[in-house]
Design a protein around this ligand. Structure first.
Ligand SMILES: O=P(O)(O)OC[C@H]1O[C@](O)(CO)[C@@H](O)[C@@H]1O
Length: 545
């Protein structure tokens, strides 16, 4: 048993959540519900009124936050305490977007100076590439950037570049390679010209199999196009915390952008891992992205809990997972440029809070991180919204939408907004049996048929959602939005008292994968493995090699 689930407040929340009326009633009882249950920060507006909560719910949640010392845990992160306890590391992705004049001391060093030096190195490189002064081995300027990385070294650059497409440098194209499946890199290389292509190899550890394999294949392709070993320096750069390994790999020392162990992979887009972003949108816009995140950092560190956007969102997610048995959470982005964001938040949250022991190793006797999934609105309405509305699972939803489009076109944006708001309304209010029956009144169906169909058309409603709006999708508002979700993830982990910043669960798969690799190559016999693994390996060896 953990202290958390034995606390008085936990018991009170369990009892309280059973007493709440349908959200329809909560809205009828309080005409000002939208005004009191919404808040703004850093260019974002959060409507959290369509949640299963009243003032008592909120005060119990804030009490739980107080009792679990959330405020002091937030301070500990910003101060650089070693809160990643299993790896004895600080968690300071916030330092990546700190102001140049700030001082954040870690092991006696002001790490802000190191961050600023790397940003200066990035800025010089971005200017060289975008001005055309950087030449390839045949004297041509670079036209295509290929970012090779996986996990946090892939999704951040890819999703943020995609989201900020309106800000792209017109002279550059970008491509992202992550999967070790040869198809991924082959499809990219087919359309590229070795003379004008730059590869950015992004790997914090410089030991990730997929990234090393993809980079070696990129190198082979490059050399097969008439380039020589000394031409590598003009077409390959690396972002890593393992500078020695990158040099050994053949990356020119001047072309290595450092990163640090106090930045987790899934929190690293703000570092030189974001180099592809800076190349595509320019260093000024990249700094605006950082500034947006910095504003959210200040808000998170200073706002009272009751006005603190990441705290409110984190507490509501915890409410549904721990007191309503919600096993997943859906992120619905009503903006085509943000179509990749659900996948980004999936990795951010699930690799952070997909844990089952608390800091001292006690097995959690409560649900921890939910499954995060989602997609682009309005497409989802024709795919999985049926389950959101009438399924048996409770799935809290976040709807995210800019109020202004980068591409105003006829009725498109007003229709997008009408769908976004209409969906949250339908989830909340549902449709009663009586309402469904009334809709069938004029039909030619018999009374029995009307009654049966009405039961199928009934929608319970009371399905919670948050609606997050921004005036327009810009580097600044995107920075604030992503930092908001980073801190939302932190809030839950802090209250659960788990380590949100290691990822031991991915180690075993990698180790066994390497063992299977040897057996697939017939260097090792597979017969001592379980019959499934043995059978699969033998099938591959017989049919694929
Ligand atoms: O940047 P690296 O060291 O290649 O790691 C890639 C990814 O693999 C992980 O370590 C495990 O998925 C992620 O945390 C990380 O972003």
């Amino acid at each position: 048993m953990t202290e958390l689930t034995q606390s008085q407040t936990w018991y009170e929340l369990k009892a309280h959540t059973k007493t709440l009326p349908h959200m329809r009633v909560l809205f009828e009882e309080d005409r000002l519900r939208f005004d009191t249950m919404s808040t703004s920060a850093c260019g974002l507006f959060l409507d959290y009124s369509k949640n299963r909560a009243n003032s008592e719910t909120l005060s119990l949640l804030f009490k739980l936050a107080d009792e679990t010392k959330l405020v002091s845990k937030i301070k500990a992160m910003f101060d650089g305490d070693l809160i990643n306890t299993t790896e004895k590391r600080a968690v300071l992705h916030t330092a990546l977007r700190a102001k140049p004049e700030q001082k954040i001391i870690l092991d006696g060093i002001n790490i802000v100076e190191e961050v600023q030096q790397t940003q200066a190195q990035m800025a010089t490189f971005v200017t060289a590439i975008t001005s055309g002064s950087w030449k390839g081995y045949t004297g041509k300027s670079i036209t295509d950037i290929v970012s090779i990385g996986i996990g946090g070294s892939f999704l951040g650059p890819k999703i943020v570049s995609q989201a900020l497409r309106p800000y792209w440098n017109k002279a550059l194209n970008c491509h992202f390679v992550g999967n070790v499946d040869g198809t991924s890199i082959t499809e990219k290389l087919k359309i590229l010209d070795a003379e004008t292509t730059l590869f950015i190899m992004s790997s914090k550890s410089f030991s990730t199999q997929e990234t090393l394999t993809n980079t070696l294949s990129a190198k082979d392709w490059f050399m097969s196009n008439g380039a020589s070993q000394e031409d590598i320096a003009q077409h390959f750069v690396a972002v890593t915390s393992n500078v020695a390994k990158a040099t050994e790999f053949g990356i020119d020392a001047d072309n290595i952008f450092p990163m640090w162990d106090w930045v987790g992979g899934r929190y690293s887009l703000w570092s030189a891992i974001g180099l592809p972003i800076a190349l595509m949108i320019g260093m000024d816009n990249f700094r605006e992205l950082l500034d947006g995140a910095h504003e959210m950092d200040k808000h998170f560190a200073n706002a009272p809990l009751s006005e603190n956007m990441p705290v409110i969102m984190g507490l509501f997610s915890l409410l549904y997972g721990n007191f309503h048995d919600a096993q997943s959470h859906v992120v619905l982005t009503y903006d085509h440029y943000l179509r990749g964001l659900p996948a980004y938040f999936q990795q951010l949250d699930m690799e952070s809070n997909g844990k089952s022991v608390t800091l001292d190793g006690t097995r959690a006797d409560f649900s921890t991180g939910p499954v995060i999934w989602g997609g682009e609105g309005t497409n989802g309405q024709h795919a999985y919204h049926q389950l959101l509305h009438q399924g048996t699972a409770l799935i809290p939803a976040d709807f995210i939408m800019p109020l202004k489009s980068h591409n105003p076109l006829g009725e498109h944006h007003i229709q997008l907004a009408s769908n976004c708001f209409g969906q949250t309304q339908a989830l909340m209010q549902g449709r009663s049996y009586e309402e469904a029956l009334a809709e069938l009144e004029a039909s030619a169906l018999s009374n029995d048929e009307k009654s049966t169909i009405a039961k199928h058309k009934e929608m319970q409603g009371n399905k919670p959602s948050n609606t997050l709006l921004m005036d327009k999708l810009t580097p600044g508002t995107l920075g604030s939005l992503i930092a908001l979700y980073e801190h939302r993830t932190f809030v839950q982990g802090a209250i659960w008292n788990i380590n949100s910043f290691d990822q031991w669960g991915v180690e075993l798969g990698k180790t066994l994968g390497n063992d299977v690799l040897a057996r697939l190559g017939a260097e090792k016999d597979a017969s001592e493995l379980d019959s499934s693994s043995n059978g699969l390996i033998n099938m591959f060896r017989q049919q694929s090699l």
